[in-house]
Design a protein around this ligand. Sequence first.
Ligand SMILES: O=C(O)CCC(=O)C(=O)O
Ligand SMILES: [Fe+2]
Length: 244
Amino acid sequence: MDKPLRDDFRPSRNEACFCNSGLRFKNCCGSSASNRQPPYGVVVIENFLSPDECQALVVLAKTLESERLTIVDLEHTNEDEVVRKVDEGRVTERVDMSAHQSRLDQFVKQALLEVVEPHVKDKVSWFEQPQLLKYNPGGFYLPHADSENFDESSQRWRKDLDRDISLLLYLNSDFEGGHISFENFGYKIKPKAGMLIFFPSDSRYLHTAEAVTEGVRYAIVSWSSLLSSPKVRRSPPPDAISLI
Ligand SMILES: O=C(O)CCC(=O)C(=O)O
Ligand SMILES: [Fe+2]
């Protein structure tokens, strides 16, 4: 299967902004003004979830088990055994929502149908099973792209996963630190309870969940594949939820 490659996105401050506004990058998506808008492609919607909906999920999450997220350890995985390891770039727990998964699925589906599809003018083929993330004090996620990995040999980004849109629903505000930042645009925002954020999953939109310094930060995350985008894998992830 074709795995498209993308050049590293390094706009210079003086060049024409990639969003075709006609402005320079430094005065547009790369602005350093304190009252700037999110860069092109990043959509922030406050109060998408009501305070009651957020509160109910946080109260529930506090009664449930959570475990540190791990990744597949390719060095030690063989045909008989898949070995997982903690990811040094990510100190995040996942709340075990198994008995309540449909509540997360509903919220994400609603966001995709009501907001994301009209915005991107496309249909979502499927979305990956939403996860409820929990960042304790000290928790973070270093800069990463959700769909692409940097290929050292070609010095370009390779699309490895069929993710086009990354979506976050934030459930609480009572923590310190924990901004989400988009390094290529010098843009960061403090999540608030009820806030919906979505953006393209590719490496232009490299992002970081900055360390939480006080309190606990809760977020729902899911990734969607759009109908019009060519697929790089043979099939959707096994837990994906189809929308077509
Ligand atoms: O927690 C966040 O704000 C971002 C999480 C994230 O980027 C991810 O799970 O891929
Ligand atoms: Fe991410």
